[in-house]
Design a protein around this ligand. Structure first.
Ligand code: FES
Ligand SMILES: [Fe+2]
Length: 380
């Protein structure tokens, strides 16, 4: 069952009393994924972790696209990803120990290199021909990216730009949220900013303009660009303490969603009213460039990596912490709504959606994801 688009405001006559109630969050999320999700795009890179989550000598188990993965970093600092199972008797390698020679399984002591090959065994002189599948991993822009397609088919050129995360001209902090919700409902949320007017009124600050005025939407072959420009707004609550000017302001938001990387890249500027346009901004403008990437954990759960880099007050850690806290509050608001939506889709056992103008960008991305995953399944 896929997404069913009907006329806006369709009333289907079903009464709430007829509906089953799924209280178990994981069962509800899996059911919602079946009803509301698009298939995962496989031939693409996904964020597995922040680079800083993995110190030299550390291991980290994370379920990524339904597959338990061990991320580990050599003592010299190189990061690798392997299926999190030892080929000897299936113990998790994430319970292992990183040594000079590689990652040692702490059940019977076999040692594996970054390619997953067994390179050491305590009891034998001849190495057994044992290996565990390796997952291509690239560390770039403070993120650990893994390739979800067939090993060998990867091309690092398709890793999206996220340089704001480690460019010395920008500063932010790494954020993470885990959702009991299918990734598609979070993508829908990120591609429809009309919800700012309602969900984030007191945090990110959305006047009714966000819901009333459709954005400029540019459909791309690999995603979508969405642009908003609002004039004569108040300073959004999360920026009140850092803005050097009080309202009224102009507010420009231009964001790209890329299917490659499952990532949102948001350029955001505010400046005194009357000074901002789509093409020009004054030097007094306050800039942020948020990066937000999603990776499915399972059909009904999702990893959400985010940061809000800024290009001012670079050395002021207090501002970094303050902004991070404010935006984290806003993302809690999304999480509450999307997880409730997830449980509701499962309880009503349907996802009938009325199409309204702000759905344009998300419908385009849903279509691209379906086409992309169909193409992969035809060639495999
Ligand atoms: S299970 Fe890993 S060495 Fe035996
Ligand atoms: Fe939101």
């Amino acid at each position: 069952v896929g997404l069913v688009v009907t006329d806006p405001f369709l009333v289907d006559g079903t009464s709430a009393q007829d509906m089953p109630c799924l209280d178990e969050p994981q069962a509800a999320a899996a059911q919602a994924a079946r009803l509301a999700g698009e298939p995962w795009v496989r031939d693409c890179w996904y964020v597995a972790a922040w680079g800083g989550e993995l110190q030299p000598g550390a291991t980290l188990r994370r379920v990524l696209l339904g597959r338990p993965v061990v991320l580990w970093r050599t003592l010299a600092g190189q990061a690798y990803a392997l299926e999190d199972r030892c080929p000897h008797r299936q113990a998790p390698l994430s319970l292992g120990r990183v040594e000079e020679a590689g990652l040692r399984c702490m059940y019977h002591g076999l040692v594996f290199d970054g390619g997953g090959r067994c390179v050491g065994i305590p009891s034998e002189r001849n190495l057994p021909n044992l290996s565990t599948p390796a997952i291509p991993l690239v560390e770039r822009h403070s993120l650990l990216w893994i390739w979800a397609g067939q090993a060998g088919a990867e091309n690092t050129d398709s890793i999206p730009d996220a340089h704001w995360l480690d460019d010395p001209a920008w500063v932010g902090a790494p954020g993470y949220v885990r959702y009991d919700a299918p990734q598609q409902l979070i993508i829908d949320n990120l591609l429809d900013f009309s919800h700012l007017a309602f969900v984030h009124e007191a945090t990110l600050g959305g006047s009714m303009d966000w819901a009333k005025t459709p954005p400029r939407v540019h459909r791309l072959a690999n995603g979508v660009t969405v642009e908003f420009l609002f004039r004569n707004q108040s300073v959004p609550p999360y920026l009140v303490s850092v803005a050097q000017f009080s309202g009224p302001i102009d507010r420009l938001t231009r964001y790209d969603w890329f299917v490659d990387g499952n990532i949102l890249s948001i350029d955001h500027a505010i400046a005194p009213a009357g000074t901002l346009s789509f093409d020009e901004r004054p030097s007094s403008a306050l800039h942020h460039h948020s990066v937000q990437a999603l990776t499915p954990e399972s059909a009904g759960s999702t990893h959400y990596f985010w940061s809000l880099p800024r290009d001012y007050a670079l050395k002021n850690d207090e501002i970094t912490q303050l902004l991070h806290k404010q935006v984290a509050l806003a993302f809690d608001e999304d999480k509450i709504m999307i997880e409730a939506q997830t449980r509701n889709i499962a309880a009503f056992d349907r996802f009938i959606t009325g199409a309204i103008p702000p759905d344009l960008a998300l419908m385009h991305v849903r279509k691209l994801m379906r086409q992309r995953s169909d193409r992969v399944s035809e060639t495999t």
